[in-house]
Design a protein around this ligand. Structure first.
Ligand code: AMP
Length: 424
């Protein structure tokens, strides 16, 4: 699964970037506020530095970009695959240590860049055979509405987090306390519930948002280019994303086959500005992150990959001190290891014990080398699934196994064709 995702992402022109597992805690609190500390594994090291195990990789990637990649050609397109840590209640598909696979386009957040990332995320899921539902929105819509209310930027961020967690009662309580009228609160709640093709039009018709809004224009441009990619999407004006640094387009992809239960969000992403916050120039960026564990949970491993090819080379010793057959067995194993996982006896076991081990590993072939074979320059090749065996030269044996493995490779890796689905 990892290999497939990497291959596709590299074909789209992204290069891998790796960052350390821990960072200064400040990197994560700078924009998200002290609240985020509750959700992190944070600690003081022996010199009193306040550190945290990374809860996500966007902030570390931007930090690394500012330290080392600022001079790289723009846009800078990178991807990462790494473990993340969050101090939250574990449940199905929600863990305290989990893996994210993500990408960032640094240096631009044009509609083209946003559409490319959304299309890439969707293409990866299609290639993995995962049924997914893509929701696209824009945090600017809700933020613009909230900015017209008597709220501080900090309070707006809190409301966005509450909306993200679907804690509506808390949203109503906070806005009521800030003297926002019930009618305005209802309009906001109506806006965040809007989904579907006509969501934007309905929001405009009901005057929940205004046509002059920059967010509306950006979203319209994005949807047009997404159309060029043929990616089916659902407009969802309620996507808030928990982290405060999202500035524009946001998207989430959910598993659509009902296999994950409540934690069915596979991917989240959007446009953001973090660099200025970390002391660099203001660099617009766009990124997404997949929850790799969730993909693994629902991914159906192709049958061919399950029965991965393995070979065992069996030295048939006359006595434990028989070195000649061991030497020949090692020579043959080295030839096979150029293209197929190959085992060789490491415990001076009997033939039957070695074949039992081969079975336990679901090996496809055993290559047996004894004194007689050695003398004649042949080996005995046994097909472990059928029990058939034959004597043939070492060269012919290696060629036979290689041929078989190649056929298998082709069957396992069909040419990738993006499957364009009907629009939802
Ligand atoms: P986020 O950085 O919160 O946008 O998360 C991106 C993706 O990571 C989500 O869509 C999930 O698929 C996955 N994810 C987030 N938190 C967890 C967790 N605790 N355990 C497993 N996967 C997670």
């Amino acid at each position: 699964m990892e290999e497939r995702i990497r291959t596709i992402t590299e074909r789209w022109g992204y290069e891998e970037i790796r960052t350390p597992t821990f960072e200064r805690a400040e990197l994560f609190t700078l924009k998200s506020g002290q609240e985020i500390l509750k959700e992190m594994y944070e600690f003081e090291d022996k010199s009193g530095r306040h550190l945290a195990l990374r809860p996500e990789l966007t902030a570390p990637v931007i930090r690394l970009y500012l330290n080392a990649l600022k001079m790289s050609p723009k846009p800078t397109k990178v991807y990462y695959f790494g473990n993340c840590f969050r101090y939250e209640e574990p449940q199905k598909a929600r863990y305290r240590e989990f893996w994210q696979f993500g990408t960032e386009i640094i240096g631009t957040d044009t509609a083209e860049a946003q559409a490319e990332l959304i299309a890439l995320a969707f293409t990866i899921l299609t290639a993995l055979g995962i049924e997914a539902e893509l929701h696209v929105g824009h945090v600017g819509l809700i933020r613009e509405v909230l900015r017209e209310k008597p709220l501080t930027e900090e309070e707006i961020n809190t409301v966005m987090r509450l909306i993200d967690k679907d804690q509506r009662d808390a949203v109503i309580a906070l806005l009521t306390e800030r003297n926002v009228t019930r009618q305005d609160i209802d309009k906001l709640l109506y806006l965040i519930d809007l989904t579907g093709r006509d969501a934007l039009q309905e929001a405009l018709d009901r005057e929940l948002i205004t046509a002059a809004s920059a967010a509306v224009r950006e979203l319209e441009q994005l949807l047009e280019i997404l159309g060029y990619y043929g990616i089916p999407y659902i407009l969802n004006l309620g996507i808030a994303r928990g982290l405060d640094y999202y500035t524009g387009m946001v998207f989430e992809i959910y598993e659509a086959g009902g296999k994950l239960g409540a934690q069915n969000q596979l991917c989240g992403g959007g446009s953001y500005r973090l660099a200025a916050l970390f002391g660099g120039d203001d660099v617009p960026s766009t990124g997404f992150a997949f929850g790799f564990d969730r993909l693994a949970e629902i991914y159906t491993v192709p049958a061919a990959a399950l029965t991965r090819q393995r070979v065992i080379v069996v030295p048939v010793r006359r006595d434990p001190a028989d070195r000649e057959v061991v030497r020949e067995a090692i020579r043959i194993a080295s030839l096979l290891r150029a293209f197929v996982p190959t085992h060789i006896d490491l415990m001076t076991r009997s033939i039957s014990a070695q074949l039992k081990y081969a079975n336990a590993l679901s090996s496809s072939f055993a290559v047996m080398v004894g004194t007689d074979e050695l003398r004649e320059g042949v080996v005995t090749l046994r097909n472990l699934s059928t029990g058939e065996q034959e004597r043939l030269s070492v060269e012919a044996c290696v060629a036979r196994i290689k041929n078989y493995c190649n056929l298998f490779e082709l069957a396992d890796k069909p040419a990738y064709k993006p499957e364009v689905r009907e629009e939802a």
